[in-house]
Design a protein around this ligand. Structure first.
Ligand code: ZN
Length: 257
């Protein structure tokens, strides 16, 4: 009996250890890929912290159009009480340890949204990130299927695709011009989300984009040439085999008639 209890608690511990390992692994890859500071559900202005309330463009995560700034901040600082002094335009992060002071000074010229995502206590909901990635995958595949299946889609299906695509979009980043070797536009992204959304949009609309969906297996792949439509030689062969078989069946049918 005693032994059973012991082994039972050991199993529990193992489960807990595994969960912890998963979480740590996720954190490690998020840091490695630079995915912290995503800032899902970003308010319309990057300087939102100096306002009493924040306003949101349409998003999946916060359904309200606006909310008190401090309530909004609590979404991204769920674990620690936020050390933040709110006095209108004079609002500031109240940091005390030296590394954070250095960081905040380095971020001095950056929008408040950027400073926020670099605070030590900053956190982001895993569910939100997951949803964002799923939506991108959906948008990406829709952009291909719409044209690939155009002849097979009826008007209602086409309309659904178009509506789904129109729902994708973000807040426009601001920009300024720098006098480098020649006058150059510099985009001011105030969140990682915004930067990724915009690059994703350029990629979707770029005819020469090297990211494609395989015509046979439907997997996403990087094409070495602009006119490649299959992810591998195997897929190309299989597709052609199926196509000629289908053609053969059709001819068989015609013969019988
Ligand atoms: Zn393939």
């Amino acid at each position: 009996m005693q032994k059973e209890i012991v082994s039972f608690s050991e199993t529990d511990d193992n489960d807990f250890d595994n969960e912890l390992l998963d979480a740590l692994e996720m954190e490690r890859s998020a840091i490695q890929e630079g995915l912290l500071g995503f800032m899902t559900a970003l308010p319309t202005t990057p300087e939102f912290i100096t306002y009493e309330a924040v306003y949101f463009p349409k998003n999946h995560f916060i359904r309200q159009e606006n909310m008190a700034t401090e309530e909004y901040l609590s979404y991204f600082f769920p674990f620690d009480e936020l050390d933040f002094v709110k006095r209108g335009v004079e609002s500031r992060w109240n940091v005390s340890d030296t590394s954070m002071i250095a960081l905040t000074m380095a971020m001095g010229s950056q929008p408040q949204a950027v400073t926020m995502s670099f605070q030590r206590e900053y956190a982001e909901s895993y569910e939100w990130l997951l949803k964002e990635f799923t939506d991108w995958a959906f948008t990406f595949v829709s952009a291909f299927l719409y044209y690939q299946d155009m002849d097979k889609l009826d008007d209602m299906q086409k309309d659904l695709y178009r509506q789904g695509m129109a729902a994708f979009g973000g807040i426009a980043p601001t920009y300024h011009i720098e006098l480098l070797e020649k006058p150059t536009i510099v985009w001011d992204f105030h969140s990682l989300l915004l930067a990724i959304q915009m690059m994703f949009s350029f990629m979707l609309t770029d005819e020469n984009s090297s990211l494609k969906v395989c015509k046979h297996c439907g997997k996403v792949f990087l094409a070495s040439r602009p006119n490649t439509i299959f992810c591998s030689g195997q897929c190309k062969n299989q597709y052609n085999v199926y196509k000629s078989r289908a053609k053969g069946r059709k001819e068989d049918l015609t013969d019988e008639q």
